[in-house]
Design a protein around this ligand. Structure first.
Ligand code: ATP
Length: 302
């Protein structure tokens, strides 16, 4: 179990994070979300022991995670951290980068393990390409494979798929998170992308104003987002009569008390997102087809 107890941290005067407490069970996948600059990366760095806390304590099992005042080497050996800027060896191949920390004592085993890791991050085809020739997304995947090579107990991922194209992202997410679950590796991910969280995290926190604004499973927070910031992470939403309603929860009906004048229809593939005016306020809802600008329609909550 990872325990964060009353963590407070500031780079200079005002705290970036104030009095945060939470726990992550071993093997769980935990997500940290929040607006840009809210302190997600800072929190990951603190979990890794990069800085000393102003106040509070961090524990993995019974062991305290301590900062540079107490350690010559940053980062406990049971933990790996994949930062937004990855630290690779550019003049060696993807396979050599991944295998760098594996023992040379059993060359066959090392080869097998490197192959397995390259498969998890779907990079088998560039195994023998020098890292400097790889794309940003391929480098990001090499960095992830390198981090899991020696099966850490905890893996910290900062925006892990930010450089990876949409074609690859979906299958890579499934492959990586399934592998981590299978190996019981605790994973903490800081992200802007709901797709990294919604199907994969057991628990999540939302950081706002240096504090935890919400915590729960993605499903619990999605169904009952409590406030606009949490809802906006998941989907387009509206405030109707003081109630928070996602765009997909509104449907078009023959008559209701919610009359909307359509402004624009955005093609979204399997549906259209319709932007309309409801009593002069913007409203968004989903519909299977587009509407002409100016059409008057009625909507209601499902
Ligand atoms: N090394 C540093 N020295 C001083 N201030 C810093 C440092 N690193 C980050 N900050 C500040 O701390 C705050 C939190 O930054 P952090 O990078 O943790 O946010 P974030 O939520 O990860 O942002 P993003 O989503 O944009 O990556 C920001 O106001 C940032 O300017």
């Amino acid at each position: 179990m990872l325990q964060v107890k009353n963590l407070t941290f500031s780079y200079d005067k005002s705290p970036v994070l104030q009095n945060l407490s939470f726990e992550v069970a071993q093997g769980d996948h935990f997500a940290i979300i929040g607006e840009s600059g809210s302190g997600k990366s800072t929190l990951l760095k603190l979990l890794y022991g990069t800085y000393d806390l102003d106040e509070g304590q961090l524990f993995w099992k019974d062991q305290e995670i301590l900062g540079p005042k107490h350690n010559l080497i940053i980062g406990p050996e049971y933990m790996k951290y994949v930062a937004q800027e990855f630290d690779l060896m550019p003049f060696t191949t993807a396979a050599e980068n991944v295998g760098e920390f594996l023992s040379n004592f059993y060359p066959e085993k090392k080869k097998e393990r490197t192959q397995e890791l390259l498969k998890v991050v779907e990079l088998e085809e560039v195994a023998n390409t020098k890292v400097k020739l790889l794309s940003g997304g391929q480098k990001q995947r090499v960095a992830i494979a390198r981090a899991i090579a020696k099966k850490p107990e905890i893996l910290l991922l900062d925006e892990p798929f930010s450089h990876i194209d949409n074609f690859k992202k979906q299958s890579l997410r499934r492959s990586l998170f399934a592998y981590l679950k299978e190996k019981n590796i605790t994973c903490i991910v800081a992200t802007h992308d709901k797709e990294d969280v919604i199907s994969f995290s057991d628990d999540m926190i939302v950081i706002h104003d240096a504090q935890i604004m919400a915590q729960g499973s993605p499903e619990a927070l999605y169904k009952d987002p409590k406030n606009k910031l949490v809802a906006s992470f998941f989907n387009e939403f509206n405030m109707i009569d003081g109630e928070l309603v996602y765009a997909h929860q509104l449907k078009v009906v023959p008559k209701s008390k919610l009359k909307v004048i359509v402004q624009k229809s955005y093609y979204k593939g399997s549906y259209y997102l319709i932007e309309g005016l409801l009593n002069d306020s913007k409203v968004f809802f989903e519909h299977k087809s587009a509407f002409e600008k100016g059409t008057a329609i009625y909507i209601e909550k499902e």
